[in-house]
Design a protein around this ligand. Structure first.
Ligand SMILES: [Zn+2]
Length: 199
């Protein structure tokens, strides 16, 4: 469907790492350090409420050259929400980002749930709805290796991978990240931001 993106170009060895549900103190910081170590750029879909709570971390993400996307203000599922409510979730997050002089054309709905009202609203303001084709469910993985294995199995050219830097204990995600980057780079993949991936 137009304006919904689950992946990028299947003929290029480019992929995008995305992190949802942040920013958070410990986990976002830990992830930023690993990304810096490997010189990899990622995309962070941030929750508006948390942008207001941790603006310094948002600045740090932005200053490091990563891309920032809108993940709604309160992380509510928007599937059954009205025009007014959806608009508020998008706009309030935009306002929080604007205070930090950050703009984004990317939106990822909480739980990847959406409805035609949301899609229409995004299209009207030339925003893209970003879903994903690699969902390792790191938030319920039993071990960090489980996360690594799921990603290695599913990732192919153009993949958009979802991990989480917020919403709970993300130790396993952090532990998995070095292996994920190392193994995927070994397979010849280049990490790019979502906007780069979608060209
Ligand atoms: Zn989320």
């Amino acid at each position: 469907m137009k304006n919904i993106y689950k992946h990028g170009n299947r003929t290029k060895k480019e992929i995008a790492l995305t992190f949802d549900d942040g920013p958070e103190m410990i986990w976002t910081e830990a992830i930023l350090s690993i990304l810096e170590k490997f010189n990899v750029l990622a995309t962070f879909f941030l929750i508006g409420e948390k942008i207001d709570t941790f603006p310094k971390i948002v600045r740090k993400i932005n200053d490091a050259g990563h891309e920032i996307g809108n993940h709604g203000y309160s992380h509510k599922s928007l599937r059954f929400c009205s025009y007014k409510k959806i608009g508020k979730e998008i706009l309030k997050t935009e306002e929080s980002l604007q205070k930090l002089a950050i703009q984004t054309k990317l939106f990822r709905p909480a739980y990847q749930r959406w409805n035609p009202i949301l899609l229409k609203m995004l299209s009207r303001s030339s925003k893209k709805m970003i879903l994903s084709d690699v969902v390792p469910k790191d938030f319920c993985a039993k071990t960090s290796d489980e996360i690594v294995q799921k990603i290695l199995q599913k990732t192919r050219n153009g993949s958009i991978i979802i991990l989480h830097d917020g919403g709970g204990d993300r130790k396993k995600t952090v532990q998995a990240l070095e292996k994920i980057i190392f193994q995927l780079q070994k397979r010849g993949f280049h990490f790019v931001t979502v906007s780069e991936l979608l060209g």
